[in-house]
Design a protein. Structure first.
Length: 673
């Protein structure tokens, strides 16, 4: 046997006088079981080598004193050749005589084995066995069916050969023929079809035969079975009997893929044989089928409900049951649910409109499309139309329930929404505009352009559009400002929110708009200071420019006081330019600006220009009167203990001068004369 577990059918030996392999020097060694002439023809130097080897072995025996006689190599080879000659070279298995003594083991292998190689071994040995014909006669019908349903051709061949041995007696067995009709073996199925065609009426008289055809299915035989069932018109009693037996069997099945296929196939065959009695099945049975663990039992239930709808008012079927059918994973069940829903009168559809709209959340395209069909049949009823528009807007904000569901909803909205655009709340459109999907955003913008009444928008909504990532949407918000100047001025404080837009182009538009469209009378102090108070540097600069452009002297102190509390270095430097003009000679104003002075002067390594201006201003004001000197000295006395050396020296210098002028000042610094 070689490394691939295959037996050698012939073995040859070669030898060479060299210690390395050379194809030209190799010589074949003849088997020792050949005649003496072959041995005598061996090369003389081979005999010499064997003689030398025998001498060496003999020397070892003498040295180690071995008294046991061991068979020579030639004797072993003779014994092996004798054993091989007695076996059958065509039988590769071990102990073939044992297998042949119990040929029933071959049949057991064919019925239970799973490996094709094992089944091939069993069939080939069994088919040439002397008792093969007798064994075929002993194979029972159920064993035949088991063999014919195996996936390998070897057990199928045995099963079909056994069938041929008993085909005359078995063709009268209705259940056996029905089982053969749906087996794996094509030849056996052809035999069953021929047997049925030759005696059709005999087979169709058996309810059990019809039951077996209904409950068992095979793709290759389905057309034949359906044609066969159509030939027989069952009586009312037999229809009810078949229906009852099939339903009982279906209700007993567990929920798995195999049983679901059986249930679907059985329902289709029942429609052929007993559909006229579907409407007579009780509601209790329908309820059991609907609640059955086997999913495709709902297919039979839906067919029964369809049959009942032809005989009784469809409104007797609760909408909740139709909803259950519409959400079933079986497409046939959903189609039956759609057929039942479409039979509902308009009044009932209107009463159940909220539940029908909920079907837009279905995972199945045909269900959503049917809702659109029902909506179109309702006609122009603004309330219902607006409800479906709102629902579709909601669905566009969710994840897609099925492939391209958003595109389906957008297409329907594109057809419907423009008719009711004046009734659609702006917030719905804005939600679509800011959706994650780019296609939804583009669709929302198309709807936005169709809105003619600008009063429907709040300024907050317009400003949100100025923050949109689409330039076209931002431009729409800019145009809103241009076209509604009166409204912008009347609601100025809210309109200024556009200055905080995240897009530079929106802020640039706002700067240009407010600088050119707003006049002196459109601004007040709080508003200008609020703009300058922005955390954005460009907006802060814009605010300072507005203050300088629309500055009023009578409000100078107010500007100075409020801006002095701004944390920005730029604003604090900006304030220093107004100190001389609006805080000079006013001791009470110095007190109000104390926080500003401390804030600027306490900065470390920052605002040097502003600090220098403040030191000069404080020194000048402190010299003027004792009240101002007290305020200035108090500020500088505190700062001198914490500030950097450069500022500390300046503080001490100013305090010294003020102390010399006003000795009564209460400061920590003591002058030494």
């Amino acid at each position: 046997m070689d490394s691939n577990l295959e037996f050698y059918s012939k073995k040859e030996q070669f030898w060479s006088s060299d210690y390395y392999y050379s194809a030209n020097e190799m010589k074949k060694v003849e088997s020792e079981n050949n005649n003496n002439t072959n041995v005598s023809e061996a090369p003389s130097h081979q005999n010499q080598q064997h003689g030398a080897l025998d001498n060496i072995i003999g020397a070892f025996k003498n040295i180690f004193g071995s008294n046991k006689e061991k068979p020579t190599v030639s004797q072993q080879k003779k014994e092996e050749s004798a054993i091989i000659s007695d076996s059958n070279p065509s039988r590769l298995e071990l102990y073939p005589e044992f297998w042949d003594e119990t040929p029933q083991a071959y049949i057991q292998l064919l019925m239970q084995a799973r490996m094709d190689l094992v089944m091939k071994f069993a069939y080939e040995n069994l088919s040439v066995h002397s008792q093969y014909k007798d064994l075929l006669q002993k194979i029972e019908p159920q064993m035949m069916i088991q063999l014919l349903n195996k996936s390998s051709k070897y057990p199928q061949n045995l099963g079909f050969e056994a069938l041929n041995e008993k085909k005359q007696e078995l063709k009268q067995d209705q259940i056996f023929v029905a089982q053969i009709l749906v087996c794996e073996n094509e030849q056996a199925r052809s035999w069953a079809k021929e047997a049925i065609e030759n005696n059709t009426q005999y087979f169709l008289e058996s309810t059990d035969f019809i039951m077996h055809l209904i409950m068992h299915s095979r793709k290759e035989s389905n057309e034949f079975i359906n044609n066969l069932l159509q030939k027989e018109s069952l009586s009312e009693e037999r229809q009810k009997s078949v229906l009852g037996k099939v339903i009982i069997e279906l209700l007993s099945l567990e929920n798995n893929d195999k049983n679901n296929k059986i249930a679907e196939s059985a329902t289709k065959k029942l429609k052929i044989t007993a559909f006229s009695n579907f409407s007579e099945i009780s509601w209790e049975i329908v309820a059991q089928l609907l609640t059955s663990p086997l999913n495709n039992n709902r297919f039979l239930a839906s067919e029964i409900l369809l049959s009942k709808s032809q005989k009784y008012p469809v409104t007797e079927i609760p909408f909740s049951i139709i909803e259950l059918l519409l959400n079933n994973e079986n497409e046939s069940v959903r189609q039956n649910g759609i057929s039942l829903l479409n039979q509902y009168p308009k009044e009932e559809i209107g009463r159940n409109w909220a539940q029908i709209l909920a079907l837009l959340s279905s995972n199945y395209k045909e269900v959503a499309e049917n809702v659109f069909t029902l909506n179109d049949h309702l006609g122009v009823q603004s309330e219902n139309q607006l409800q479906i528009v709102e629902k579709l807007f909601e669905m566009l904000m969710r994840e897609q329930q099925f492939d391209n569901s958003h595109q389906l909803f957008r297409d329907y909205l594109e057809k419907t929404a423009p008719k009711y655009i004046d009734n659609i709340p702006v917030k719905w459109i804005l939600r679509i505009l800011f959706a994650d999907s780019v296609k939804n955003q583009l669709f929302g913008f198309e709807l936005l352009k169709k809105v003619n009444d600008s009063s429907k928008f709040t300024l907050k909504q317009v400003i949100s559009l100025a923050n949109h990532e689409f330039l076209a949407v931002r431009q729409w918000s800019w145009n809103f400002y241009k076209n509604n100047i009166g409204r912008i001025k009347s609601d100025r404080n809210h309109a200024l929110g556009i200055l905080d837009a995240k897009w530079d182009d929106s802020r640039e538009f706002a700067f240009h708009f407010f600088q050119n469209e707003f006049k002196d009378e459109d601004w007040d102090t709080d508003c200008l200071i609020g703009i300058a108070d922005s955390v954005r540097s460009d907006v802060e600069n814009f605010g300072k420019n507005l203050i300088m452009k629309f500055f009023k002297k009578e409000h100078g102190l107010e500007y100075l006081t409020k801006l002095s509390q701004h944390p920005s270095q730029n604003i604090q430097l900006f304030v220093t330019s107004y100190l001389e003009e609006y805080a000079s000679d006013q001791p009470e104003k110095l007190k109000e600006l104390e926080f500003y002075f401390r804030s600027v002067l306490s900065r470390v390594n920052k605002a040097r220009t502003a600090k220098n201006r403040i030191f000069i201003f404080l020194e000048k004001e402190g010299r003027k009167n004792i009240e101002s000197a007290e305020t200035v000295s108090r500020i500088l006395d505190d700062l001198s203990a914490t500030t950097a050396i450069q500022d500390k020296a300046k503080c001490i210098d100013i305090i010294s001068e003020l102390k010399m002028i006003y000795p009564q000042l209460n400061v920590h610094l003591q002058l030494i004369s």
